[in-house]
Ligand binder design. Structure first.
Ligand code: GEK
Length: 242
């Protein structure tokens, strides 16, 4: 059990842009579960999808791994020869806590936790790449280049799982879905002020795109098959196969 997320509970006069710092690390599991509809199901699904796509003698990348929940789900279900997970995050606080958690468990699939910017690392011999709610934090201009790098590094038959908060293409419907998401957060114990302050802190930090934009990017990258495998309100997960 992680500590309860109360970061935006009190009114903040000088609201700063959201950062993945030590304060966030301390409450992260609680924060993500109470904020992202379907998070647990997606993590579980990633483990199941991994069983279908992870190959022997390959690498699995968990990009923007935070505390390594997706890696953990994959490690629990997959046992193949000579493969390993490379879990990457550019938040020092996240990486330190992730190492501590992952080192506490022994699975046949080893894990290497790296502190790095996911736009700066090579992707090699990959059978599975996971971007679980990470691409949305990159400037839009860098997103195609990252997908190209991932595609180049994937083995034939390898897969990319991309989970994102999305924006509906039609504004009226988009507003209704945002309202439903806010109700979901309220139901999970966040106050209106917490919801409003978090939203403001994420402005220009988390930049959502539409499903159509993600699909167009998969096509431009060259993926042979791609579609959604999960959606709850404006939270979607895609599977793309090389
Ligand atoms: C999970 N995948 O629990 N390079 C490396 N890491 C980055 C970068 C970057 N350029 N930009 C952001 N991050 C996780 C949840 S959280 C999603 C992912 C959320 C990292 C950032 O430090 C943070 O840990 C993560 O991406 C996003 O399955 O909190 O909404």
């Amino acid at each position: 059990m992680s500590a309860k997320d109360d970061i935006f509970l009190k009114p903040q006069e000088n609201l700063k842009a959201f950062e993945f710092n030590q304060q966030v690390v301390e409450v992260f599991p609680d924060m993500i579960e109470r904020s992202v509809p379907g998070y647990k199901s997606i993590i579980e699904g990633i483990g199941q999808i991994a069983k279908q796509y992870v190959q022997e003698n390959s690498q699995i990348y968990d990009l923007g791994c935070s505390l390594g929940a997706a890696s953990f789900s994959i490690r629990q279900g997959v046992s193949v020869e000579n493969s390993k997970i490379i879990a990457v995050d550019n938040s020092k606080a996240m990486v330190e806590r992730c190492r501590l958690i992952q080192d506490g468990y022994k699975f046949s699939l080893p894990i290497e936790v790296m502190e790095a910017d996911i736009t700066q690392i090579p992707i090699r011999k990959a059978s599975l790449v996971v971007l679980n709610f990470t691409l949305q934090f990159l400037p839009i201009a860098q997103r195609q280049t990252l997908l190209d790098t991932i595609y180049q590094g994937l083995e034939p038959g390898g897969a990319l799982i991309l989970s994102e908060k999305i924006q509906m293409a039609q504004p009226a419907l988009n507003n209704k879905i945002i309202e439903l998401h806010h109700r979901f957060k309220k139901h999970n114990g966040y106050s209106d002020m917490e919801i409003a302050q978090k939203r403001a802190a994420l402005e220009n930090v988390l930049i959502p795109e539409s499903c159509e934009q993600h699909m167009a990017r998969f096509k431009a990258t060259g993926f042979s098959q791609y579609d959604t495998w999960f959606q709850h309100y404006n939270f979607v997960s895609f599977l793309a196969v090389k």
